[in-house]
Design a protein around this ligand. Structure first.
Ligand SMILES: Cc1cc2nc3c(=O)[nH]c(=O)nc-3n(C[C@H](O)[C@H](O)[C@H](O)COP(=O)(O)OP(=O)(O)OC[C@H]3O[C@@H](n4cnc5c(N)ncnc54)[C@H](O)[C@@H]3O)c2cc1C
Length: 480
């Protein structure tokens, strides 16, 4: 059995290279990180809102074609949802910890611009399941009394159950199929779909814990099926990492951008007029350009004034697409409690503290642990004062694993739902939204264009951000 604590997430517009090549024509110019050729466009200017991975990549692509780019970023740092906790021992990644060896676009640009990415070195060799009041080593799960699953489910670790059921008789043909009207009959609540697939009540209970979404009942089955399709069709397996943390990747890429990056500048208004766009920041500063690329999550965009206002299905998507709530507690051990109780530090639990991921240094030494909670449990904890959250997490951990009592400190808390510039970890889809709203989410609106993981179709997470950058650069170039 493989490890169940999968932090990779499900989440991709067709990347139309032909459009780009059509725009290209003329003098051949080698684009070092895409490995394709094009020509400089006749000039023009673009303001990009957000210096996360999609904003940085869009800037690099547009500058390659001679477009003047200005980036406007709310935070004092770049990288957005790729976020290494540099002040926590072991430098765990809060956002974007899992970098797949299949992330072709990201690996290519990283190589071309010397951003450090290497194969992941340290893997956990075992996992502890705390289920129905008992601790069970993963290898003993199938035969354990704590395992109340039924039939073939019994062989599957709790964290792998969604993948097990979503992968059965999978009808999605390719990476785009999950948003096709053809599959609207699967745009139903995920719990209902899993029940139809034969999941027992206990399996449904376990699948609703640490599910990478807010709740199975409010998530489209297509969201999980898309992930299953990707797992089925991915040719390259394995994990990569950036020494010193994944934030080093966007930081390095950003050094190649020639245009200004205005950090600490939250955008409050974006206007599209007949001849150009105007972006206004909270400070009153304004930036004008021919076009604007908006990369902020829709959860954040709904709080920014857009003029003229969105219409129709796109308006609905901006206002309603949910984002997964994730709250993380970064734990620093005072002593090696895992040596004391001889149990694996990696944990999957059916308690409100959900999952624990160890962070190791290059020599394999365990430095810190991330307690990773999503959905309803995260929302509940977010509503409590920080001291109460810390006390709760420590007490719960000590209850299920006594060796941690008085042996861990909480160094940091990161709530993605409460973060004003993310308002959630990643886009999710209510039943009905995958086939009705997803296809129009990234459509241009007036002189405004959209990038970001939420506008990607075929790739999830960081690679989705890259996919969206390629698509939006093509779109803008076609108009300049
Ligand atoms: C907890 C967590 C776990 C994840 N795990 C993985 C994983 O394992 N693997 C994976 O591939 N992906 C993972 N992801 C997703 C991945 O991090 C994102 O998909 C990717 O980084 C998104 O890049 P982006 O450019 O689309 O968005 P962002 O990184 O969010 O960039 C948008 C930028 O806009 C800025 N912004 C917001 N509001 C404003 C404003 N008003 N004015 C100006 N700027 C603004 C933000 O600060 C941000 O820098 C995870 C994310 C989270 C949060």
């Amino acid at each position: 059995m493989s490890q169940a604590s999968d932090r990779s997430m499900a989440p991709g517009a067709p990347v139309d290279r032909r459009t780009f090549l059509k725009v290209a024509g003329g003098t051949a110019l080698t684009l070092p990180w895409l490995g394709c050729s094009g020509s400089k466009a006749p000039g023009g200017s673009v303001v990009i809102v957000g210096a996360g991975l999609s904003g940085i990549s869009t800037a690099l692509l547009l500058e390659e074609r001679g477009i003047a780019v200005t980036l406007v970023e709310a935070r004092d740092r770049i990288g957005g949802r790729i976020y290494t906790m540099d002040d926590v021992v072991g430098k765990p990644d809060a956002g974007g910890p899992v970098l797949g060896a299949s992330y072709e676009r990201l690996l290519k640009i990283a190589k071309a611009l010397d951003a450090p990415i290497v194969p992941m070195k340290n893997f956990e060799t075992s996992e502890l399941e705390y289920v129905n009041g008992q601790n069970v080593i993963a290898a003993d799960w199938a035969g354990s009394a704590a395992n109340k699953l039924v039939g073939a489910e019994r062989e599957i670790l709790p964290g792998l159950l969604v993948g097990f059921y979503a992968g059965k008789n999978l009808t999605l043909e390719d990476g785009h199929a999950w948003t096709s009207p053809k599959h609207a009959d699967l745009d139903i609540p995920l719990d209902e779909f899993l029940r139809r697939q034969g999941a027992s009540p206990e399996a449904l209970r376990l699948m609703n814990i640490a599910s990478n979404n807010n709740d199975l009942s409010t998530t489209s089955a297509l969201w999980a099926l898309r992930e299953a399709q990707r797992r089925r069709d991915t040719k390259v397996r394995g994990m990569m990492e950036s020494p010193g943390g994944n934030s080093r990747i966007p930081e390095k890429l950003a050094t190649a951008i020639k245009g200004p990056i205005h950090k600490g500048s939250p955008v409050t208004k974006i206007s599209s007029g007949q001849n150009g766009v105007e972006v206004t920041c909270a400070s009153g500063a304004t930036y004008k350009a021919d076009y604007c690329v908006i990369t902020v999550p829709f959860s954040v965009l709904r709080g920014i004034t857009v003029d003229p206002p969105f219409q129709g299905a796109q308006k609905e998507a901006v206002e309603q697409i949910p984002y997964t709530a994730i709250t993380q507690y970064f734990l620093v051990p005072k002593k090696s409690f895992w040596d004391e109780d001889k149990l694996p530090p990696l944990m999957w639990t059916d308690t409100p503290i959900e999952r624990i991921f160890p962070q190791r240094d290059p020599d394999g030494r365990l430095m810190s642990l991330t307690c990773w909670i999503d959905g309803a449990s995260a929302i509940k904890l977010d509503a409590m004062p920080e001291a109460d959250q810390i006390a709760f997490v420590k007490a719960e951990l000590a209850r299920i694993r006594p060796s941690t009592k008085d042996n861990v400190e909480v160094a940091r808390i990161m709530s993605w739902a409460r973060d004003p510039y993310s308002k959630g970890a990643y886009s999710n889809y209510l039943p009905g939204q995958a086939t009705r709203l997803k296809p129009v989410m990234g459509n241009p609106w007036q002189r405004l264009h959209f990038a970001g993981e939420h506008t990607a179709f075929t790739s999830p997470g960081m690679e989705g951000a890259m996919e969206s950058a390629e698509r939006v650069a093509d779109e803008v170039l076609a108009r300049l």
